[in-house]
Design a binder for this molecule. Sequence first.
Ligand SMILES: [Zn+2]
Length: 490
Amino acid sequence: MNRALLTIVSMLTVACAASGGTGVFKAGAAASNITPPLDEPVVGGWNSPPATHIHDELYARCLVLDDGATRLVLVMVDSLGVSREVLDAAKRLIHDKTGIPAANVLIAATHTHSSIPARGSGAAPTATVPGEPQPGIGNYGGFLIRRIADGVRRALNNLEPARIGWGRAEEPTQVFNRRYLMKPGTPTPNPFGGVDQAVMNPGQGNPNILKAAGPIDPEIVFLSVQSRDGRPIALLANYSLHYVGPGAGAVISADYFGVFADRIQEMLAADRLSPPFVGMLSNGTSGDINNIPWLEKPQQRYKPYEKMQQVANLVAQAVHEAHKEITFHDWVQLDARQTDLTLAARKPTAEQLTWAREVLKKPEDAPKYHTHERTYANRVLGLKDSSDTVGVILQTLRVGDLAVCAIPFEVFVEIGLELKAKSPFAQTFTISHANGSNGYLPTAGQHALGGYETWLGTSRVEFEAADKIVANLLAMHNEMRAGKEQAARP
Ligand SMILES: [Zn+2]
């Protein structure tokens, strides 16, 4: 055997060992309609009016990747947040039907603020139209479990030899930190009788704004899969923007996440039906990021759904441009890691309990120290006897040189930036609202500044939670990285 042939043979041996023997990379996608009936309570605002209209359908958008040895499942659900109970049950059903372990299944909510509650797997949410009894959906959690699992099974049915690539773009004009430090002397009360340093959504063009309390992340990371002959199968993007809105009141909509899925399908000239292309936009680390330019006076009023279309178009255009430059690979290694982390739950202090009782003693129309003091007084009292701990799933997926982190909170942008900076992988992004729904995750530094996202009743876990979560995710990244070197060794 000559030297060149020997090299080729040993390269083939390495490729087969690394790909679990078959060496065929496959992908499949499908989307399950999860639109609820009308009259269910629309969540995402301070009250939950019954739905009167559906602007666009909600979906659970599913992608399955297979490297011949490992299968990964990614599902983006058009919902404000889905409880861990529902997602655990969906993963159990997926495992029963397909054999794919729960640790390899990432299910996240997009965080559209125009969906209905996605909790429980047995208890019936009640419809809220006064007067006559409403039939209601009965068990939206149970419906979601079935529809998510069906979407994954259909994506598996669509599995075919595929190529995969990933890339990045930037869209800095549509993301703004929503927390601000105010000029000295500006009143900044909180609902617990104290004052904050940081104020969320301080009023557009407010002359008392001093400066933003945190950064933004303008990056859009995406991964794209296509058939061996170049037909688009799916594209999953990630952008750190809370949601866009505004919609039209008590109306169901997937927000700009749904518009993006539609636009990217058009731009890639992909088919919706046969087999279906699935566009997916996941929520990055956007706990403190929204789409409002706080430092400018309002320029124009937008019609309902106009703004979300504009933003989705810009994000899809940026992805589409970058997509022209990416390299597709015939095979990449897949991997998944998962940890169960127990965090300390925040509990009300004696002072907060006393304040809450005083607030609730006052007549409802009495002058208030803070607009939402009654809401938070009830939350504080409700937390008095709650569990001392919160168990959360942390998960990382590996797709070649790309790593995906999944965190079950509304994650602050600094946390995503830190993971991107410290991850040993060439490209990293974080999906928030994944594998559970546990409120905001500010950094310890942002907790010290106060503000809505840090309030007890909005944030449920210890101030050090973000540091612990980052350390855990990076440890799993390093483990997966070491795993690659092992697999690559002949
Ligand atoms: Zn939110």
